[in-house]
Write a protein that binds this ligand. Structure first.
Ligand code: NAD
Length: 439
């Protein structure tokens, strides 16, 4: 916490709105300057940030650099390289009856943006949206997650050290503080987290007709075709699933495959876990911990949902749950009723591709859907016949690292998207301008 007395939310928003109204955030040079400050915050304080992430989630420094700090730095660098081109007004053709007129679209900043972040990637998921909001010429209130308290405290110390208080403000806290913020009129609210709170956020924003981006979660399936190279599939599933101990919004939630492939996959998944984390993942420096006891208890209650192929060990005091694969999992078992968001990978059997597609379409639209298949026809069928926030063919998680792809959900997994130029779309108003000569 910094020592300054906390400003009332209304005063905070008024101060940030005055900056936008002054026009100061609009010039390209001011936007790139703010992005440079954010870049410096990350690169000059990588040690403090990785220490905080280790305290909150047991993340290794290497993983924190890759998935949090360098991730946002790359996003900033990509934006700095292209922002000028992205912001250029786009001419539009005019109909014959308006011959002589000129039409264009231009991006206007929305104004004051509220970014509410979750605990699982507490640096990336706060600062990547902040980068987008600043690139689009807005001012920002950043609200880190109280469930990652060490990271929240470091960010609350660093943000005021790098940003003027009338450009980016940070507000720490949980439900009461966020509720108080949401009572104010923002020009955009960007929320990452679960769907229950997403509804709370959307309702509060609706009072002011404030647009929202909701980056939510859900169960992201991984369909494995019988023709796939199963050793490669196992290695990639394990890498994607057990990163950050499964606490990744786009982690493969469960495997969907036919019975024969399931049997063949089981020992390969066990071998891939051992290859990545050793015989005892509890002593692996690369393996994270569960964020708190509530989530630990929720997750250990799911361990009985199937036959344990590998893992199952857990230790409440250390918030440790081993990377676990469960086979023979019934579609209505507890582990299949909610997003797992932890290191448990159930294998659910379906007879064939048609049944897999039906299985996906019978449920909420996922944030990500993964397909491992050597058949272009199979990949094309899944792409055409299902709806998901993103589709990963052959490799989990990686689509969200491509800055030129929009990242977001659909239906229950969210609304809106960001990253790269899609952040400019998310945090700007695309204004229609028609110029008709007077003479
Ligand atoms: P969380 O508990 O940290 O909550 C997220 C934020 O909501 C926090 O800042 C918290 O203070 C705030 N909050 C909580 N209750 C609130 C209330 N009643 N009113 C207002 N604000 C409130 O994080 P979480 O929700 O446990 O995060 C996990 C979920 O987020 C999973 O479903 C995951 O899939 C999803 N997620 C999605 C993405 C994505 O990019 N789509 C990324 C990460 C996580």
């Amino acid at each position: 916490m910094n020592d300054r007395p906390a400003a009332r939310p209304a005063d905070l928003v008024a101060r940030l709105r005055a900056t936008v109204r002054s026009g100061g955030t609009r010039p390209l040079a001011r936007r790139t300057e703010q992005l440079g400050r954010l870049r410096a915050l990350l690169t000059e304080n990588a040690g403090a940030l990785t220490d905080a992430l280790a305290a909150d989630l047991g993340k290794s420094a290497q993983e924190s650099m890759r998935t949090e700090i360098d991730f946002v730095v790359r996003e900033i660098d990509h934006t700095l390289a292209h922002l000028d081109a992205w912001l250029r007004p786009e001419p539009a053709p005019v109909p014959a009856r308006l011959a002589g007129a000129r039409a264009r679209t231009q991006y206007d900043p929305l104004g004051v943006v509220l970014v509410i972040a979750p605990w699982n990637y507490p640096v990336q998921l706060l600062l990547a949206p902040v980068a987008g909001a600043l690139a689009a010429g807005n001012t920002v209130v950043a609200k880190p997650s109280e469930l990652a308290p060490a990271t929240s405290a470091v960010l609350a110390r660093l943000i005021p050290a790098y940003f003027a208080p009338d450009v980016v403000a940070v507000v720490e806290g949980g439900v009461p503080e966020t509720t108080a913020l949401l009572a104010e009129r923002f020009d955009h609210v960007f929320y990452t987290g679960n769907g229950t709170v997403g509804r709370v956020v959307a309702r509060a924003a609706a009072e002011h007709l404030t647009p929202v981006t909701l980056e939510l979660g859900g169960k992201s399936p991984a369909f494995v075709d019988a023709d796939a190279d199963l050793a490669v599939v196992a290695e990639r599933l394990v890498a994607g699933k057990f990163l950050n101990a499964g606490q990744t919004c786009v982690a493969p939630d469960y495997v969907l495959t036919d019975p024969g492939t399931a049997r063949a996959l089981e020992p390969l998944l066990a071998a891939a876990v051992e290859a990545r984390y050793g015989a005892d993942p509890a002593v692996s420096p690369a393996y994270s911990r569960i964020v708190d006891e509530r989530h630990f208890d929720r997750l250990t209650a799911l361990l009985g949902s199937g036959r344990t192929v590998v893992g199952g060990a857990h230790d409440r005091a250390g918030r440790y749950i081993a990377p676990t694969v469960l086979a023979d999992v019934a579609p209505d078992s507890p582990v299949m009723r909610e997003e797992i968001f932890g290191p448990i990978l159930p294998i659910v059997e379906v007879p064939d591709l048609d049944a897999a597609i039906d299985f996906v379409n019978d449920r909420d639209k996922p944030l990500a859907l993964y397909v491992f298949s050597g058949s272009a026809e199979t990949r094309d069928r899944v792409a055409a016949e299902t709806s998901s926030g993103g589709l990963g063919l052959g490799l989990p998680l990686a689509h969200l690292t491509v800055s030129d792809l929009p990242f977001g959900g659909v239906g229950e997994s969210g609304t809106g998207s960001y990253h790269g130029r899609y952040s400019i779309e998310a945090f700007s108003h695309r204004k229609a301008v028609l110029e008709v000569p007077l003479g």
